[in-house]
Design a binder for this molecule. Structure first.
Ligand SMILES: Nc1ncnc2c1ncn2[C@@H]1O[C@H](COP(=O)(O)OP(=O)(O)OP(=O)(O)O)[C@@H](O)[C@H]1O
Ligand SMILES: [Mg+2]
Length: 265
């Protein structure tokens, strides 16, 4: 008998309304443990809003979402990170004048165990924690691009776009998430860089068996190589779900991307 896939995350009728605009409506999706799930959809279809809802940046106007069996609806972003969901942003949020290492360590903020008092009264604990996080930062950089380890103290501003994205993904991964959400990681990159980054993402999944990845992509083809399952959104609703082959041949998806005339031949 085939092994049952474990659902680690699911939503129940999520709705996100901005005034009269339904950015998301009746969203019921599942994420399975260890999969790479793609979410596609044209501009303005609600992809980023979905991430904003499930990371606590927006409170949904209706519906609930659950992670590892726990209802996280209404929780604050830092609480959700602590529970094991991390993300990157469509528009880079790196501090360009800070070093690679500092940018990655910012990602430890929600999970730091040492506080101000430890800096005075329990420095051993603090140093141990900083050392642990720094070692993990190096380990993560090594997966993405070992050359970056030599640039730990270089400001991020001097890096090419693809390496900046890698740093952002490392920042999201340093909190040891179980689920990582990547919002259009290939935005602003050329085809070769995009391919390289998708290969990196596959590498991450291979090296870190316990990580589940959800990637938003505007460009359908980008997702084809990397994700095992794809969900398509349009006007805030799920219009197709399945393998890339199934979703990319779905009539509604083709219409959403190319317009009705092309879809009808
Ligand atoms: N804070 C907000 N206030 C009002 N409207 C919003 C807000 N955030 C998103 N929207 C609207 O919700 C809809 C979905 O936007 P969203 O950014 O989620 O789309 P997207 O699928 O990520 O698009 P893109 O591919 O361009 O990134 C859009 O119509 C957008 O204008
Ligand atoms: Mg978006």
């Amino acid at each position: 008998m085939a092994e049952e896939k474990k659902v680690i995350f699911y939503t129940e009728d999520i709705e996100m309304r901005f005034g009269g605009l339904y950015a998301l409506k009746n969203i019921n999706i599942k994420i399975y443990e260890n999969e790479i799930l793609g979410m596609i959809g044209p501009n303005g279809s609600g992809k980023t809003t979905f991430f904003n809802v499930i990371t606590g940046f927006y409170k949904p106007t209706k519906g609930r979402f659950y992670f590892m069996g726990e209802d996280l609806t209404g929780k604050e972003p830092y609480e959700i990170t602590r529970k094991g969901i991390s993300r990157t942003y469509q528009i880079s949020r790196l501090c360009l004048d800070l070093t690679i290492l500092d940018n990655i360590l910012i990602g430890t903020y929600p999970v730091q165990k040492s506080g101000y008092s430890d800096a005075i009264f329990n420095r051993k604990k603090l140093i141990k924690e900083v050392k642990k996080h720094t070692e993990r930062a190096v380990h993560l950089l090594n997966i993405f691009n070992p050359d970056l380890i030599e640039k730990l103290f270089v400001p991020v501003r001097s890096l090419p776009h693809i390496d900046r994205r890698r740093v952002e993904i490392c920042r999201a991964m340093i909190a040891e998430p179980k689920l990582i959400l990547l919002d259009e990681p290939s935005a602003g990159m050329n085809a070769d860089e995009t391919k390289e980054l998708m290969d990196d993402i596959e590498k991450v999944r291979k090296e870190m068996e316990n990580v589940t990845i959800m990637i938003i992509e505007h460009d359908m083809k980008v997702i084809s190589s990397v994700s095992e399952r794809v969900i398509a959104l349009n006007f805030g609703q799920v219009i197709a779900e399945g393998t890339y082959e199934e979703v990319s041949h779905n009539k509604e998806v083709i219409e959403a991307y190319l317009g009705k005339e092309v879809a009808n031949g």
